[in-house]
Design a protein around this ligand. Structure first.
Ligand code: GN1
Ligand code: MG
Length: 347
């Protein structure tokens, strides 16, 4: 497959790479020492791979041009020998090849409040650089990705079908959602503009300089599409304020760290504050609640459906993930007033 791309050398090795839940990634080494990242696109999740790659082509092209001006770096696709930036194998599987960005590392868990600031600023910068992406509108690579009401509708269908016989063991979690239905609409009807957003703003989607730890490049561009700016902030709250892993089974470890929240808000506003409207800035806390809720609903739906979307390594894996999200949401709710206050003081 690597030979289907414009590379100068012979591929020597391929090893599985990274911890993504969706695609399969391989680190490729050529005889010249050059390294690449080969990715097998999951077309069960991204059912329109050509549109997906059109988006990524435009976004990486724009970011590279901007990076040249700002001195940063951007992901770069390798062209396929037949033209375009992807290749299809005999089985109809889509593949793409990125240049590997050297001297960087990723971390799975935020290490400090300071790191929250730098990573949030990197995602804020990312959004800001993309405010000048020329038209047309990007494709929706996953339609309705953050359409929380339709995520709830999907949950309702999974409950009705009870395909895996798991409605009973998930009773408490189903009740939890039931009690919070109005939250699904909390960001809608606020007149916020559509922006270009990343939609997967976990810390492991920022390459950090291996030596200094400074952000070098935002990666994982598959869900870059039109959306509300604050969705990205909400996903940072979900993933960066909590000291525990997404699938932690000891719920006493799950909570939102206030100082991390504050650092995220400062960092994000440092990157994106210049273009955000007042309404967007005042929606940051609500976005943290919403995205945590929505992710819990997605995990719960997958649990009830018999684990068809997220890979699992134990039968209750998706239920455990659901529980961390809901516990985290409770923790955010308990601190909500203070969070709103701190955001207001920053704006
Ligand atoms: C998936 O594959 P990964 O880890 O980058 C998912 C995100 C979820 C996340 C939960 C396309 O992302 O939306 O927030 O898992 N990506 C897609 O860990 O569904
Ligand atoms: Mg990822």
């Amino acid at each position: 497959m690597v030979r289907q791309f414009e590379i100068a050398g012979e591929p020597r090795s391929a090893e599985p790479f990274g911890k993504g839940l969706i695609h399969r990634s391989y680190l490729i080494r050529l005889d010249t020492g050059a390294r690449f990242l080969l990715q097998r696109i999951n077309t069960r999740v991204f059912s329109r791979p050509v549109e997906l790659m059109e988006n990524i082509d435009r976004v990486t092209g724009h970011l590279s041009r901007m990076a040249a001006e700002t001195g940063g770096q951007a992901l770069q696709l390798v062209s396929a020998t037949g033209g375009g930036s992807w290749s299809v194998d005999d089985e109809g599987t889509y593949w793409r090849l990125y240049h590997y960005i050297d001297k960087t590392r990723t971390v799975e868990q935020i290490e400090s409040a300071e790191q929250c600031f730098t990573v949030a600023r990197a995602f804020g910068d990312f959004q800001r650089l993309l405010t000048s992406l020329p038209p047309p509108r990007l494709h929706d690579t996953i339609p309705g990705f953050h359409d929380t009401p339709s995520r709830i509708a999907a949950l309702d269908r999974a409950i009705a079908a009870d395909a895996a016989g798991r409605v009973r063991p998930a009773g408490a979690e189903i009740d939890f959602v039931e009690a919070r239905l109005p939250l699904a609409r909390v960001l809608l009807d606020r007149g916020m503009p559509e922006r270009v957003t990343h939609n997967d703003t976990k810390i492991n989607n920022v390459l950090l300089d291996a030596r200094t730890g400074n952000p070098v490049c935002v990666i994982d561009l598959d869900t870059v599409m039109p959306g509300l700016a604050v969705y990205d902030f909400g996903d940072m709250v979900r993933t960066a304020t909590c000291p525990a892993a997404e699938d932690e089974q000891d719920l006493s470890k799950v909570h939102a760290r206030f100082d991390h929240f504050e650092a995220l808000a400062r960092g994000y506003l440092a990157g994106a504050g210049g273009f955000l409207t007042g309404e967007e800035k005042l929606s940051l806390t609500a976005a943290g609640k919403l995205i945590t809720f929505e992710q819990g609903v997605r995990f719960l739906t997958d649990y009830l459906s018999g684990d068809t979307y997220y890979p699992v390594s134990r039968p209750t894996h998706n239920l455990d993930r659901t529980r961390t999200q809901f516990r985290l949401l409770e923790s955010i709710e308990a601190q909500e007033r203070l969070m709103v206050q701190v955001v207001r003081s920053l704006t």
